[in-house]
Design a protein around this ligand. Structure first.
Ligand code: NAP
Length: 304
């Protein structure tokens, strides 16, 4: 029996683990991938983590993990498939085992929605990116395309237009879903070209991305492709214990408190505006603090 089980070993889960261990709690971290540190490891180069001017996602993930390991928290490689709550929390694992704890921090993350075209997986990190804020500066004065029509794609296009020489904004429909105010700014930018009712059918290149094929028979010569077509939060295991917003994220404020006593959400899986490594780490610390207060109050009530 643990004090807190943390589901997810990304920056949010590891941030929470660090705070909880330092507060003296017995913690278990459940990780889906062996020695994984979540999406951060997939980031090619991170230049916006305060205090570290530039680092590969893999290296930063390792630093997070080693920091947590220095406090001795155990990791368990397993997939959490469901939760149960009786006197305390139970996490049901895919292999049929169960983990018990007083509190739970759910930090299972979100995965970027894939475009599903040829070349997408092959060129990931070699011209294909799901994060303009993380990788945009690698394309200074170069030509890039952003695909998507929501707020993320519009924000990305505007952000990249400050860095890149040319930005194509490619959207499959005529109407954009994202904010009109942002779209108006985009229209005014001379280095952004909007292509609507167009889909990318293939990403091509030799060692890295060189062009994309379009469904109208044309092609765009680009150095980078930013895919911003939404993300898919990993909420399945928490089903029934949390409320989801209209996009499928767990409704929880910055303190991580959910509708269920003793269950806290942190990181990309919760409703928030900016999904970045730095905000995920902060979420972990906040959820850990909420869990600490909740556990101390519970122990006090139980006279322990
Ligand atoms: P989103 O609003 O779900 O938009 C996804 C976009 O990608 C849509 O335009 C969609 O096209 C397109 N798309 C989906 N699948 C596609 C595919 N297979 N091929 C081509 N296009 C595809 O996602 P989001 O932009 O990531 O935003 C998610 C949430 O975060 C939203 O609630 C958004 O308002 C919020 N957010 C807010 C801000 C901000 O306030 N500045 C910034 C970022 C995100 P269709 O339009 O045709 O469906």
């Amino acid at each position: 029996m643990y004090d807190v089980t943390i589901i997810g070993s990304g920056p949010a889960g590891l941030g929470a683990a660090l705070y909880l261990q330092r507060a003296g709690f017995r913690v278990l971290i459940i990780e889906k991938e062996y020695e994984g540190a979540g999406q951060v490891e997939k980031g090619v180069r991170i230049e916006n983590y305060l205090g570290i001017p530039a680092i590969s996602g893999y290296e930063l993930g390792e630093k997070f993990r080693n920091h947590v390991l220095s406090y001795g928290a155990p990791f368990l490689e397993a997939e959490a498939v469901a939760l149960r709550h009786k006197q305390h929390w139970e996490v049901l694992l895919a292999d049929g085992k169960t983990i018990e704890s007083e509190a739970l921090i759910y930090a299972a993350g979100a995965v970027p929605r894939r475009l599903g075209v040829k070349g997408e997986a092959e060129y990931l990190g070699r011209g294909v990116s799901y994060c303009a804020f993380c990788d945009g500066s690698l394309y200074r004065q170069k030509t890039v395309a952003v695909v998507g029509g929501g707020d993320a794609a519009l924000d990305d296009a505007l952000y990249l237009s400050n860095i890149c020489g040319k930005v194509f904004l490619v959207h499959r429909r005529k109407q954009f879903r994202g904010a009109y105010t942002t779209l108006k700014k985009i229209i005014k930018r001379e280095n952004i070209e909007i292509l609507t009712e167009i889909q990318i059918t293939e990403i091509c290149g030799r060692k890295k991305v060189e062009q994309v094929e379009l469904n109208n028979g044309n092609r765009l010569k680009i150095d980078g492709l930013f895919i911003a077509i939404g993300s898919i939060p990993e909420t399945e295991a928490a089903r029934g214990f949390v409320q989801l917003d209209e996009s499928g994220y767990i409704r929880a404020a910055e303190n991580g408190v959910t509708q269920s006593e003793g269950l806290f959400a942190a990181g990309d899986v919760r409703t928030k505006k900016l999904r970045q490594v730095i905000t995920a780490v902060a979420d972990g610390a906040n959820a850990a603090t909420s869990a600490t207060e909740w556990l101390r109050h519970k122990l006090e009530q139980e006279g322990k």
